[in-house]
Design a protein around this ligand. Structure first.
Ligand SMILES: *Cc1c(COP(=O)(O)O)cnc(C)c1O
Ligand SMILES: [Zn+2]
Length: 412
């Protein structure tokens, strides 16, 4: 079935372009975004049709810029939405849910954006896929390329966590470690994209890639019984995810699947790479690029492409963009683990720490229905917390167990 997407539209000047591998406006250099025929979506996408769809993001195919679902696919999405009563109690909140996107095929929300980007790339006739990655995108592009037998080139900063490098190279794709930070990698990829006819998922097919993030909002609404929460807390790297969660809830209202409502959107960054948070706090119109220095490497984008739009969404919806220290990130990872059983990577530590800050400062009220987006798995960033855990070690001997373990517990 032909897609409900109509064209690409410049976010700055509104000029429209055909649904091809384009990403900037020729006139004003603004970024392009997919726009849809919402009448068509309203007619097609009934609650019944969605409920009968696959248990993956493809149940929302009517809202995505693809003509068909992929033939071979890792079934990303439709991850659990978990009522987090113990975490809520700890923070003085009453109605808190965690959207656990660590449950995706390569353990981060990037599987959503990659699934959509690669399907569109296939429809546009690309034979090679590529990406500039802070880590999770690399894992996901590599896995999806392997699943469909597509050639892939994955570019990452050379200092990336070893877990993320291994979990990319294992798929047999070309991994290129670039001596520089993410912003350097991204610049190089933009240059390569102008030379080679490759689909760089977050460069020349970025408008399609970005749409995949909307499915986080659709799933949240469906899992809450077709309504939007009052507040959402979401990490910010390039700012794309934040803006698309907002777009997703807006679209559901537009096509009549939920009552119109824009949740307050709160963005989370690390203080060591918080250009959007800094702009929010300063009331600035522009986002000033920074040099990243944080353990939250998957959020370490110093010059965020959609930072300005994330800022706009936070301001328009009565939300905010906050930043937290390295220690708060580690504490956030532990708090989430100890109260929900979900082990998140550093990005989720950032998000959890920002939620704690918002609850403590009264920006989130106890009765607000709040959804916390946890976007990546803790097994990918073990080094961040390796020094903070404690264990016992004993000989296989009962009296030693009593003395060294139970004795120690009684003392403390
Ligand atoms: C990529 C990523 C994000 C945010 O991505 P945006 O560039 O802001 O869309 C958040 N969390 C994790 C774990 C990521 O890998
Ligand atoms: Zn334009």
């Amino acid at each position: 079935m032909a897609t409900t997407a109509e064209h690409l539209k410049c976010k700055e000047c509104g000029r429209t372009y055909p649904l091809e591998a384009l990403f900037v406006c020729e006139y004003c250099f603004g970024p392009l975004e997919v726009s849809y025929d919402y009448e068509k979506i309203r007619r097609r996408a009934t609650k019944e049709r969605i409920a009968h769809g696959p248990p993956s993001l493809w149940r929302y195919a009517d809202f995505l810029p693809v003509n068909e679902k992929p033939a071979v696919d890792l079934q990303a999405g439709y991850t659990p939405l978990i009522k987090a009563d113990r975490l809520a109690a700890e923070l003085g909140l009453k109605k808190l849910w965690v959207k656990n996107d660590t449950a995706n095929p390569t353990h981060s929300f990037k599987d959503r954006v990659v699934a959509v980007a690669l399907q569109r790339a296939r429809e546009l006739g690309f034979e090679v896929v590529a990406c500039a990655s802070t880590g999770n995108l690399a894992n996901s592009v590599a896995a999806h390329a392997a699943a469909s037998g597509t050639e892939a080139f994955v570019f990452v900063p050379a200092n990336l966590e070893i877990q993320k490098i291994i979990a990319t190279a294992i798929y047999g794709v070309n991994v290129v470690k670039v001596r520089g930070n993410y912003d350097d990698v991204n610049r190089l990829c933009t240059e390569i994209a102008s030379e080679k006819k490759w689909a760089f998922v977050n460069v020349n097919v970025r408008p399609y890639y970005a749409e995949g993030s909307k499915t986080l909002a659709y799933e949240t609404a469906e899992q809450l019984g077709w309504r939007a929460p009052d507040k959402v807390v979401t990490p910010v790297a390039s700012g794309s995810l934040l803006t698309k969660i907002h777009k997703g809830f807006w679209e559901l209202g537009e096509v009549g699947l939920i009552r119109r409502k824009a949740p307050s959107v709160h963005g989370a960054q690390a203080l060591g790479c918080g250009p959007v948070a800094a702009a929010f706090q300063d009331g600035a119109e522009h986002v000033k690029p920074v040099k990243p220095d944080t353990i939250a490497k998957s959020l370490a984008i110093g010059n965020p492409a959609d930072g300005i739009f994330a800022l706009e969404v936070a301001r328009q919806t009565g939300g905010s963009i906050e930043s937290v220290t390295e220690q708060e990130i580690v504490d956030g990872i532990k708090l989430l683990a100890e109260t929900t059983g979900i082990f998140t990577e550093t990005a989720g530590g950032v998000t959890t720490a920002v939620l704690a800050k918002l609850a403590a400062s009264g920006k989130i009220y106890p009765d607000d229905e709040t959804v916390l987006y946890i976007t990546g798995d803790g097994l990918k960033t073990l080094d961040a917390v390796a020094d903070t855990i404690s264990t016992y070690e004993i000989d296989p001997n009962y009296s030693q167990f009593e003395e060294d373990v139970l004795g120690d517990i009684i003392k403390s």
